[in-house]
Write a protein that binds this ligand. Sequence first.
Ligand code: MN
Length: 297
Amino acid sequence: MTAETTSERKIRKIITSERLLEGGGFPVRRPFPTPGMHDVDPFLLFDHLGPVDWGPGEGIGAPDHPHRGFETVTYLLEGEMNHKDSSGHSGELRPGDVQWMTAGSGVVHSELPSPAFMEHGGTMHGFQIWVNLPASAKMNPPRYQDIAAENIPVAQSNDKKTRVRVIAGEALGVSAIIDTFIPITYLHYTLLPGAKHNQSLAATANAFVYVINGSVQIGPELTEISEGQMAQLDTGDRVTLQVNESADDKCDLILLAGEPINEPIARYGPFVMNTETEIKQAIRDYQEGKMGAILSE
Ligand code: MN
């Protein structure tokens, strides 16, 4: 085997997030979907919520709304959110927790700051990504994977300069406990100055890097991106991530990769299907109450 049998991913495109208000009016940074990038199959949306400081009584979330045909993945870094849905499922998200929700055939849910957070205020900071489902799984029953922070596997390099929380996929020999329909890699890296890490990726997966704070150098050309920027990666079976020895700060980033589904996408607000007919059906089913409602408000 020669070195040419493997290839290091380069950057295909760099996107700077748009800033907008989502849900009831909370601030997000969104690299896609935007005019510059529609989606990164199988990912439909990437929202970086905050960090935003709310005073007592000021917290804003997303009141009752439906979803069908995909998965919403919430990862909280700071603050406290409550989740409640039409099938009676409810839960609390604290810093470091992950909720991987498969909306499937449909849920109506609310995602709101917890009562304690509303009372005292504080910093809210986190992520929500939308992962598409293949046509064969879009009408599956809803499913939740609520993973507490302490149960998310963590890996560290020998020189301790690279630390990674393995939300989905595998890094540094450590595997995630979350189960996904299609192969997904979702890694939260903390890289100290001088860190250099090689992450292998399936050659067929679409992949990108999003910087939470600091700056990272990517690929053989050491292209640097900073807070709020996303680098879509070219093809290849690995990516190199490094932080300058002389950098002032560590870098936190998210690396996401997934096998493309390669099916048509029909999208309307909270519904993502394959055809317009299926979207109309979703709207009808929601309006007729077939996705249920949250009873105890
Ligand atoms: Mn939602």
